[in-house]
Design a protein around this ligand. Sequence first.
Ligand SMILES: [Zn+2]
Length: 226
Amino acid sequence: MNPVKFWMLSPPLNAGKRAEWVHEEMELETVTCPIDEGHQPGGRRLTNISLTLAKGPVEDFVWTWYSECLLQEHVLRALQTGGFSGFEVKPVKARFRKPASSRAQNLWELVVTGWGGIARRESGIKVVEHCDGCGHTVYSPLSNSEMLIDEKKWDGSDFFMVWPLPAFPFVSDRVAALIRKARWQGVRIDAPTEFEWGDIGITPGRLSYYMPEARAKELGEPLGIY
Ligand SMILES: [Zn+2]
């Protein structure tokens, strides 16, 4: 059997540390469907994340309820120093929920720009519903996680996205080793085969919701997911 080469990051099962969006300080694009009123495809976030943190110590990795992955400053520095590829960061406005505190926390939103391609058909993931009006797309659930990643489509980045699973930062062995060695808290590292995927359809939205505009266009346009 081949050794595991790829890993995925996800929030701890205990959701007590999740950060909450401050909705009134954030703006979302509104998308309406010209074909089907029932489609509410969401839209991209137009502003950086503004959030409140759960009480207690802030862990090295912080996740929002919408699955955004945030890094503490020292984690970002270590990743930069280590020369890891496939990500950018965006500033985050973070404060504590209780007691209301003006002390800002230095957090950064992880934006994955590396690419691991579209899930292989053999994984069970395929398009089951697509609307030309608004781009609303539903994929069938992952049923064979051993077949998820097509290694030939991987661009070699340490952080990379596998479509349609943009909520999970996939990482190289090097990243996983660093996280374990540093004993960073607030993040789970699983091989895709170890993860409990569930069996509901996947509705990721568009690639441009997650990646910088130019990168999303370059990757997503030829694949029809931009
Ligand atoms: Zn639609």
